[in-house]
Design a protein around this ligand. Structure first.
Ligand code: NDP
Length: 301
């Protein structure tokens, strides 16, 4: 079993290096590639040539243009990396009969209402990033590959910068702290995404007629919160561990989206319905609190 992993050093890519390892030979690339291989999603010809050269059984694309606000002024580059490159990967995967795993986002939705979005709910991206990710999904579907398109939300990882670590730092430095309280979703650990990806791949690779399992799924932690609720949970955890904060969890301010303007509009409702994934792959997504607690224990000790 040969697996080509793209975007190996991103939040999800890093965890996939670990979770995919027991499934077979993993050739993991970042944008610099190496040994005559191209891992740059902006180089469509190089990418296609690399897939042909390696002839993998599975391609996992964890690379993406993820600078949500910058994408408003770099629409063409975001489209190249998030839309055209996945289309090329799907075309090449289809020619090889390989599986393609690709990640997408809650930003494909317009964020209206309070219901959880089903996978077939109408899309309506609000931002350049959201449009580029939706076009990537469409390009994969149009190329007819056996693909798992996994939409996730509010991704964090222990490694590198993340929202939780930023909140902890600001709460020890500042005298007051306000966080948006009217956007709802589920913080989802890169570890969970990578583990579930490996479990899904295990099933599709070992099941007869597994092409039926190809499709679009929502892969996120269970439950929901707001960014304010997420930050409050992080501060409460720190308080329980005896960390001295200048802004306590009770003092954390709740503000509206309008009070914190950003170049790219955010969906207010990012609640993703998990039933299709849980039913098709017999999985049960853990609560968002469980993953966040583990991550905080890792970064605080
Ligand atoms: P990261 O930003 O952590 O990682 C993205 C990776 O893509 C980086 O390693 C980056 O490399 C790489 N990359 C960017 N441009 C290129 C390129 N031209 N060629 C090759 N690699 C490139 O993202 P996540 O791990 O958080 O995201 C994984 C997936 O999940 C993405 O598809 C994203 O759209 C999706 N997603 C993410 C969410 C989030 O909150 N982060 C929410 C919902 C979905 P470099 O460091 O060199 O730029």
């Amino acid at each position: 079993m040969k697996i080509l992993l793209l975007g190996k050093n991103g939040q999800v890519g890093w965890e996939l290096q670990r979770s995919l390892a027991p499934l077979g030979e993993v050739i993991a690339l970042d944008r610099s590639g190496g040994e005559g291989l191209c891992g740059d999603l902006a180089d469509l010809d190089g990418l296609a040539a690399t897939v042909r050269k390696l002839a993998p059984d599975v391609i996992v694309n964890a690379a993406a243009y993820t600078a949500v606000d910058k994408a408003e002024s770099e629409e063409a580059l975001a489209a190249l990396i998030n839309s055209e490159a996945p289309g090329v990967l799907a075309r090449e995967a289809s020619a090889l009969g390989a599986w393609l795993v690709h990640y997408s986002t809650d930003y494909v939705f317009d964020g209206s209402g309070e219901q959880r979005w089903e996978t077939d709910a109408p899309t309506g991206p609000l931002s350049s990033y959201g449009r580029s990710k939706l076009a990537g999904e469409d390009a994969i579907r149009a190329n007819g590959a056996k693909a798992l398109i996994l939409r996730t939300s509010w991704v964090y990882a222990a490694r590198g910068h993340n929202f939780a670590k930023t909140m902890l730092r600001l709460a020890t430095e500042r005298d007051s702290l306000n966080v948006v309280a009217d956007q709802f979703g589920a913080p989802t650990g890169a570890e969970l995404i990578a583990d579930v990806t490996a479990l899904m791949l295990c099933q599709v690779l070992r099941t007869k007629d597994s092409a039926d399992l190809a499709g679009t799924y929502h892969l996120a932690a269970a439950g929901e919160t707001s960014w304010h609720g997420f930050a409050r949970y992080v501060l409460q955890h720190a308080e329980q561990n005896g960390v001295t904060l200048k802004v306590s969890s009770d003092q954390l301010g709740a503000i509206a989206t309008e009070a914190y303007p950003l170049p790219a509009p955010r969906p207010r409702n990012s609640r993703l319905a998990l039933g299709k994934l849980e039913h098709a792959f017999q999985l049960k997504m853990p609560s968002w609190e469980q993953g966040v607690q583990r991550m905080l224990d890792e970064v605080q000790h």
